[in-house]
Structures are given as structure tokens and as C-alpha cells.
Design a binder for this molecule. Structure first.
Ligand code: NDP
Length: 277
């Protein structure tokens, strides 16, 4: 059975299956459903919630704040600073704004959303200050390719715990070199868009395999990412689909199934640019 927790490089633990929040907080009509879905996920153990100042311009953080009110201690909260805010001072200011929207006084894991114009050492200095002040428990990056990671490792004092990247059965480019590099250095990989924003679920091959296993295509896609040792963060605003996604934790994929999946979704046979959304 896939493990439900992973220990990050700095010793703290994080759930291996989480919930995304992109596109939440955009409309008041879906707010109730979004909060109910996030709370159901927390009740089912998917206590890792991934959000960002970017999503709905802070709206997703506000929805998250509402969903975790009264249960903050159960949740592993991840948020991200926009590259345009990621200067030494700007990172701290953006962080404090996120805290307010989230209604908390700390964030478990704080990520640089993608690389921008500010030098990495400035951003990481700010992350270190937040770490020293106990306002974050770990920090990391997102959308960093191998070159970015190699450069980042010169400035992060070995403290980057996570790289959050696009990864799913239909987008396996990171297996060429990035995934191995990260594993070797104990940098955890969060797999964003694990269902390829539902595009993957339409694959006839995936549907066929899921049917064979008496599970849903979404469960198979998530179970495969868990098997790869990565941390998928599917987004759902539906209690029913959150319940469905949670069951991915109970699925064991035998080598024969993994082989068949490789046949349908081949691993990369050459270096590819990092896939992003
Ligand atoms: P996902 O691959 O998680 O797909 C989300 C879509 O899938 C939604 O439309 C959702 O609809 C649907 N869905 C969820 N579960 C099921 C299911 N069991 N069956 C059928 N449909 C389902 O895409 P995201 O891009 O949202 O990625 C996940 C998270 O990763 C984001 O929400 C965000 O937190 C993070 N992310 C980070 C990025 C970065 O740059 N760091 C970039 C992109 C995403 P419904 O809500 O109606 O269930």
C-alpha cells in the first residue's frame, strides 16, 4: 500500500496525497461546494492543501482559510509567492498577505511559484528569514527544471525540500533527468495537474486499464503517481470526487499493470523541456 506520509529533507512529515485549489474562490456560487470538498478531503486524511497567492488573486487562499478554520492543526498548508513579488522584502510582504487571507500564523511549506526576474539568493534569503522566525516549516520551488535546480542548490543552503512540477501519465518528461536528480537529493516532488485538468481521463487506454482493475481512470492516474513516489494534488470542488480520489491511496499497482501503463504512456526517450501549464 502506498505510504500516507513522506518525510522531507528537514525531517518534517507531509501527506503524500493532497488537494489543489486552482480555480477555487473565483465565484461565490461555487464557494459552498469548494469548502465542503476541502473539508471532506481533510476528514479523509488528504490534509495537504495546495494554494497560491495567484489563484483567484487571493480568492483561493480565502476559501482555504474558511475551509481550515477550527482545524488548522490537522492541515499541512502549502502556498506560493509569485515571482514578481519574490524580492527579499517582497517575499515577506506577500507571505504576510497570504497569512491574513488564510487566517493562520504559519504556512507549512512555502514555494516560489516559478522563476522570475529576482535573483534566487534574494528569494531564498527571505525564505530563510521566515524559517528562522518559525513562520514556515519548510520551503521549496515550483516549475524548476534541472538547470534551475542546479543553480538553486548554490543558494538554498541545502534547504529546498520540494519541487512542484507538472507530472502525470501523459507528461513524463521529468523522468529523463530531473526526477532522478531530485530523488538523489531527497527533494520531494509534488505532482501538479495530476489528471492533466481532466484531459488524461479521456484517454481510451487509461479508461480500459481502469475498467480492468475495477477502479476509475482518476484513481488509476493518482495511484500511478503515488507509486512513482510523488505527491499528487488533485483539485476537486466535489465531495463525491474527493472521496473517489482518496481511494487512490488504497490501490496497489502490480508490475504487470505498470508495464501495460508504460506501453500506453511511454516514458521519455530523450531530454524534454519542462512541461508547464
Ligand atoms: P487537476 O489535474 O487536479 O484536475 C482538476 C480537474 O479535474 C477539475 O476540473 C476537477 O473538477 C476534475 N476532477 C478532479 N477529480 C476528478 C475525478 N475523480 N474525476 C473526474 N474529474 C475530476 O488539475 P489542476 O491544474 O487543478 O492541478 C491540481 C493542483 O495543482 C491545482 O489545483 C493547484 O493547486 C496545483 N497547480 C500548481 C501549478 C504550479 O505552477 N505550481 C500549476 C497548476 C496546478 P471538479 O472540481 O469539478 O471535481
Amino acid at each position: 500500500m502506498p505510504s500516507h506520509v513522506i518525510t522531507l529533507a528537514n525531517g518534517i512529515t507531509m501527506p503524500t496525497l493532497g488537494q489543489g485549489t486552482w480555480f477555487m474562490g473565483e465565484s461565490s456560487s461555487s464557494r459552498k461546494d469548494e469548502i465542503a470538498a476541502l473539508q471532506k478531503g481533510i476528514d479523509l486524511g488528504m490534509t495537504l492543501i495546495d494554494t497560491a497567492e495567484m489563484y483567484a488573486s487571493g480568492g483561493a487562499e480565502k476559501v482555504t482559510g474558511e475551509a481550515i478554520a477550527g482545524r488548522r492543526d490537522k492541515v499541512f498548508l502549502v502556498s506560493k509567492v509569485l515571482p514578481g513579488n519574490a524580492s527579499r522584502k517582497g517575499t515577506i510582504a506577500a507571505f504576510e498577505r497570504s497569512l491574513k487571507r488564510l487566517g493562520t500564523d504559519y504556512i507549512d511549506l512555502y514555494l516560489l511559484h516559478w522563476r522570475g526576474g529576482y535573483p534566487l539568493d534574494e528569494t531564498f534569503d527571505a525564505m530563510e528569514r521566515l524559517l528562522d522566525a518559525g513562520k514556515i516549516r519548510a520551503y521549496g520551488v515550483s516549475n524548476f527544471d534541472l538547470d534551475d535546480m542546479q543553480e538553486a542548490s548554490q543558494y538554498d543552503r541545502g534547504h529546498i525540500c520540494v519541487n512542484q512540477v507538472l507530472y502525470n501519465l501523459a507528461s513524463r518528461g521529468i523522468e529523463w533527468d530531473l526526477l532522478g536528480w531530485l530523488r538523489k537529493r531527497n527533494v520531494a516532488v509534488m505532482a501538479y495537474s495530476p489528471l492533466y485538468q481532466t484531459r488524461l481521463l479521456k484517454s481510451p487506454g487509461l479508461k480500459r486499464m481502469a475498467e480492468e482493475l475495477s477502479i476509475t481512470p482518476a484513481q488509476l492516474a493518482l495511484a500511478w503517481l503515488l507509486h512513482q513516489g510523488t505527491i499528487p494534488i488533485p483539485k476537486s470542488s466535489s465531495v463525491k470526487r474527493v472521496e473517489e480520489n482518496r481511494k487512490a491511496w488504497d490501490i496497489v499497482l502490480e508490475p504487470e499493470i505498470l508495464g501495460k501503463l508504460d506501453g500506453i504512456f511511454p516514458p521519455p526517450d530523450h531530454k524534454m523541456p519542462l512541461d508547464v501549464l
